[in-house]
Design a protein around this ligand. Structure first.
Ligand SMILES: Cc1cc2nc3c(=O)[nH]c(=O)nc-3n(C[C@H](O)[C@H](O)[C@H](O)COP(=O)(O)O)c2cc1C
Length: 184
């Protein structure tokens, strides 16, 4: 039974260790459809949602992303990932990539949250992964875009990793309620 929307929003959290078990195709279809149900400016729907279940390809994207991060003059992101186990994609068995038109970051964010919340409501753990862009940042970027059937002119907006937590019971950040202001 899917969980209530407010409860889903409260319990979604970032999972950084996945088991090998992949979500069912039926659940993935439901989640991807929730993604493309997102509203967009002028209803342009300037995105794709690419459901990637090919573990081999996920590993190749991860390897390429880590290589590109390691080549950055600033090593801080690379080192942070190393302290978390060295896995950009945390062993996720599945990911949804969201390629977008160049001015569509806000639309992309809404798609992403729809995906994360739909997955959470189905008991599937997620990680919204901005660093996935580094998988496409090097010489192999165009090859990957072609393999993944990115629309011409689209670049990766973001990716969402999906699967089941190796260590269940993860919790989200503590929200700062002081960010809410009331003007009566
Ligand atoms: C736009 C965006 C990009 C993110 N990119 C990454 C990422 O590349 N790698 C990662 O481990 N976490 C990433 N996160 C997860 C955040 O670190 C996480 O949402 C934040 O620490 C709050 O924790 P919570 O999601 O568990 O509440 C990203 C989150 C957002 C919203």
């Amino acid at each position: 039974m899917p969980i209530d929307t407010i409860e889903t929003i409260r319990t979604r959290y970032s999972c950084r260790a996945f088991t090998d078990k992949a979500p069912s195709d039926q659940d993935l279809r439901t989640i991807a459809q929730a993604g493309v149900c997102a509203p967009s400016g002028m209803n342009r729907q300037p995105w794709q949602v690419i459901v990637l279940k090919n573990k081999d390809l996920i590993c190749k994207l991860e390897e390429e992303g880590m290589k590109n991060l390691a080549a950055l003059p600033d090593q801080s992101i690379y080192e942070r990932i190393q302290t978390r186990g060295g896995r950009l994609y945390y062993n996720a068995p599945c990911m949804m990539l969201v390629p977008i038109a160049e001015d569509a970051f806000l639309d992309c964010g809404i798609v992403t949250e729809n995906i994360a919340l739909a997955a959470t409501s189905l008991g599937i753990d997620t990680l919204i992964c901005g660093l996935a862009k580094f998988s496409f940042a090097g010489a192999q970027g165009n090859l990957f875009k072609e393999k993944l059937r990115f629309q011409t002119g689209y670049d990766l907006g973001i990716a969402v990793l999906l699967g089941y937590a190796e260590y269940p019971g993860g919790a989200p950040h503590v929200p700062d309620m002081n960010k809410i202001l009331w003007i009566d």
